[in-house]
Ligand binder design. Structure first.
Ligand SMILES: Nc1ncnc2c1ncn2[C@@H]1O[C@H](COP(=O)(O)OP(=O)(O)OP(=O)(O)O)[C@@H](O)[C@H]1O
Ligand SMILES: [Mg+2]
Length: 270
């Protein structure tokens, strides 16, 4: 039996290329508010890109725009220079809050593979392999919606990985995971990358970003303030706000204005 990883490797060689994925002066607005502001950048094959930035910076929106769930209000997003929808087929996304089908864990995996028209025997092998790699074999028959949040996140990763996408968007895939599961997920992410998938992911875990990133996009209030190799970014970012972010000093409120509400005063001063 070919493992899913072999399956992934074999397919990677044969696949047509979608990349680079290019953002050309992309903006996105809702109700007159610009949430993404003139972002121009390109995502190349063969590297893992981490999107960093504080809460509300636009990380999830950027990933959704790339995945094609949102359309830009201005500018253009292209795959190898064209904006055809075919790109959807060879890319997958793991969401910040995964949603599961009202079926068993294994059936959730079978479902996506069936949609991609993978033959039943091969499907069974891939499902088994994915369950094993994500530590979910024991839960294969459990209803997916009864899984803990961390287990659901692992299933979401298994589901996305099982279709062997050329590009995988991940929105804080480790947000609900305990340290051991985070470590296991990082191994999985490294394996997906090694099998040739381009990964574009957001994370709040700077240690994880350092461990995984080849290059970094730093967002702040909808703008891309820096794009750099991980080495350069973590050594010394060029942008002051990026540096403040790395030092844990970039807050969504102004630190100078931080004072306790009046009714806290007594306790606060102790
Ligand atoms: N549907 C929407 N309607 C209005 N505002 C929105 C909508 N979706 C996102 N926003 C706003 O856009 C900004 C960017 O949101 P986004 O979810 O991309 O942030 P993020 O960087 O992923 O933050 P977090 O780290 O908290 O996940 C936020 O200020 C958010 O409130
Ligand atoms: Mg987000």
């Amino acid at each position: 039996m070919d493992s899913a990883l072999d399956h992934a490797k074999n397919q990677t060689v044969k696949k047509s290329n979608l990349l680079p994925l290019t953002f050309d002066s992309v903006s996105f607005e809702i109700g007159g508010t610009k949430l993404i502001k003139e972002i121009s950048t390109s995502f190349e094959a063969g590297s893992l890109t981490v999107i960093l930035g504080p809460n509300g910076a636009g990380k999830s929106l950027l990933l959704r725009l790339g995945h094609g769930l949102l359309r830009p209000s201005g500018g253009a997003i292209t795959w190898q220079g064209t904006d055809t929808g075919h790109a959807q087929r060879d890319q997958a996304m793991v969401f910040q809050r995964p949603t599961m089908l009202r079926r068993s864990v294994a059936a959730n995996l079978h479902h996506v593979l069936k949609q991609r028209k993978i033959a039943r025997p091969q499907r069974r092998d891939i499902v088994e392999d994915m369950l094993q790699r994500t530590g979910l074999t024991r839960l294969a028959r459990a209803p997916a919606r009864t899984l803990s949040v961390g287990e659901q996140q692992r299933l979401a990763v298994a589901r996305a990985w099982s279709v062997n996408p050329e590009v995988l968007f991940m929105d804080e895939p480790a947000a609900a995971l305990d340290p051991a599961a985070t470590h296991a997920l990082e191994d999985i992410i490294a394996a997906i990358r090694a099998a040739g998938t381009k990964i574009i992911m957001s994370t709040h875990d700077l240690g994880q970003a350092r461990r995984l990133a080849d290059d970094v996009v730093f967002l702040y209030r909808g703008r891309m303030l820096e794009r750099a190799t991980a080495e350069r970014f973590f050594e010394k970012p060029e942008n002051d706000l990026a540096e403040a972010f790395l030092n844990g000093e970039l807050l969504w409120w102004n630190r100078k204005e931080l004072k306790p509400p009046d009714h806290f005063k007594v306790r606060w001063q102790k």
